[in-house]
Design a protein around this ligand. Sequence first.
Ligand code: PLP
Length: 395
Amino acid sequence: MISKQMEELVKGSSVIRAMFEEGKKLAAKYGAENVYDFSLGNPSVEPPEEVRQAMVDIVQKEDQNYLHGYMNNSGYEDVRRTIAESINRKFGMHFAERNIVMTVGAAGGLNVVLKTLVNPGEEVIVFAPFFGEYRNYVSNVNGKVVVVPPDTDTFMPNMEQFEACITELTKAVIINTPNNPTGVVYPEQTIRELSAILEKKQREFGTDIYLISDEPYRELVYGDVVVPYIPKYYNNTIVGYSYSKSLSLPGERIGYLVIPDEVADFEQVSAGANVATRILGFVNAPSLQQRVIARCIDAKVDVSVYDKNRRLLVENLRKFGYECASPDGAFYLFVKALEEDDTAFAAKAKELNLLIVPGSSFACPGYVRISYCVDYDMIVRSLPAFEKLANRYKG
Ligand code: PLP
């Protein structure tokens, strides 16, 4: 018998993952070219060539005992130093290797931070719509998720509601910008307002409230949009970064945490993150990928591919009558469903072999998420199905 808690988790298991599996079944039945799978955030752009080359080179040429051995649970010192220096160059910070903990992607990083910070019953605030896995990560440490309701006009945080959600039990707040599922990027003013509220509430309650900035999409922005570097605005910020999307390496499981010296109880938080990495069973982030990152610190994926997809979809969906904002970042569109029940709407889409994710999975019913990290030609082929779906709601 599995545990009661796991029984529940299996029952409520990720809608997105289930859809991905469904997509494979549909492809077997109708032919892959006739199924339009917009369900998963699996990057469609190849990793940069220098990343592949670095992997080959490191495996062939570096000291193999060193490469495949255990290491400090926080990761290789030289890799952490390289990352710290790169952040300092980009954002004018002052980090050193002690501020970086290598992680098993953003998911690993978030679990490490929450394990480090949260006592059972303490609250973690998230802004709807949000990445549904946050619920599981917070439940892993017996914390309580507190949801700030969505502002569907802007998909920016509603500051009044945010302030009202903060209590003496608030241990952390998770933000995610560029955002999954909306693609919005919080401008500097939003970060300033959030920070001011957090400062005020820390003073009022005499507590430390940590701001966890979940940043797997930091590099995926379009035009000249700037993603503010959060530790500049609020001392108690911990950044969770990932190379899953920024270098198209989601299966390799590599990322890092930034824990600035200014964070409350820095020494303890940093030691805690090191121990959490070990006792959660990660032990350390994958060693080969750490070495790859250090070699390819300035590598970038070609974001113009996503931009082209975004333009094609936004232009056509609007033409067909969908209400659809053109987001600044990530690779998702969050589109208003054409009926109130987003799950029923996604089911109707599936009848046309269109796989899209109901907004309810992100605590925002009435919308659907369309991942456009897919092949451009698949988008072109899918357009008649999107049009047909819209037509079903007309007249
Ligand atoms: N956070 C958000 C908002 C995500 O969308 C994802 C993955 O899609 C993750 C975290 C997990 O990313 P990783 O693959 O780096 O663990």
